[in-house]
Design a binder for this molecule. Structure first.
Ligand code: SF4
Length: 248
């Protein structure tokens, strides 16, 4: 894996939350398409999808994070990893190692990590001596069908592995989240939403949102009605299972 260096790390995202991206590019290569790739491509930071899928690690990320946190007069409550790459990139142990190091640095300063991945959350995160129990761990999950994953998230971890790793952290008493977005319409894949919800019924929060990255969902008749009905299923499921629900 190639390395790069950066001058700064923590930034305030468009969502208003502090975030870091300690990798440039992402081997998961989502084809919805990936919003981060489209932005990087439009700013000519990457020339092609193939280049995006060859991630480069920010080798000085730990030094930058320590320096930037020590210079802050008011520390943020939490920092999000990541909005423009994946913190636990599947089959990239260098990324996992760096992410764990960065979470330890944040936690040692009293800053909590909010993590979202399509990779495997390491068991090590359950070690209370090293990692804050106030961190939040999330996976993205919009299907259980592996053919769908290979088509739309080709480099990401298989769904069963993603869920098992999240469940393990949940069973260790940690706060977990499932991000179900971009949820596909039936012309993309026919699937049963309740089966997906059942597979993550242990989660503390479920977020549900539609597929807004291209026009495919709009080709499904009455796609807006479809999303309204699916959001109602999510809300009902969450209420029945005492799960915090966010739909958008
Ligand atoms: S995991 Fe996230 S950053 Fe990586 S390609 Fe997919 S959408 Fe983009």
């Amino acid at each position: 894996m190639e390395n790069i260096t950066r001058k700064t790390l923590i930034y305030k995202s468009g969502l208003g939350i502090p975030a870091i991206n300690h990798v440039r590019g992402c081997s998961h290569g989502c084809r919805y398409p990936c919003y981060a790739y489209m932005i990087a491509h439009s700013h000519q930071q990457v020339k092609s999808y193939d280049e995006w899928c060859k991630p480069q690690l920010v080798s000085n990320a730990a030094e930058l994070l320590s320096k930037e946190l020590s210079h802050k007069r008011v520390l943020p409550d939490h920092i999000h990893l990541c909005l423009s790459t994946d913190p636990f990139m599947y089959r990239y142990p260098e990324v996992t190692e760096m992410t764990l190091k960065l979470i330890r640095i944040m936690n040692s300063c009293g800053v909590h990590a909010s993590v979202l991945t399509k990779g495997i959350l390491p068991e090590e995160l359950a070690d209370e001596k090293k990692y804050s129990i106030k961190n939040t761990y999330g996976i993205s999950l919009i299907s259980l069908n592996e053919d769908f994953r290979k088509r739309w998230e080709p480099g990401a971890a298989p769904y069963s592995e993603r869920i098992a790793a999240l469940k393990n952290l949940s069973e260790n008493g940690l706060t977990t989240l499932v991000h179900m977005e971009p949820y596909p319409t039936p012309n993309i894949i026919q699937q049963n939403l309740t089966n997906i919800l059942e597979s993550v019924s242990f989660a503390d929060t479920i977020q549900f949102g539609g597929w807004n990255y291209n026009n495919l969902p709009k080709q499904f008749p009455e796609f807006e009605k479809f999303y309204t009905s699916q959001a109602a299923i999510v809300m009902r499921f969450c209420k029945e299972h005492d799960i915090h629900c966010e739909t958008f």
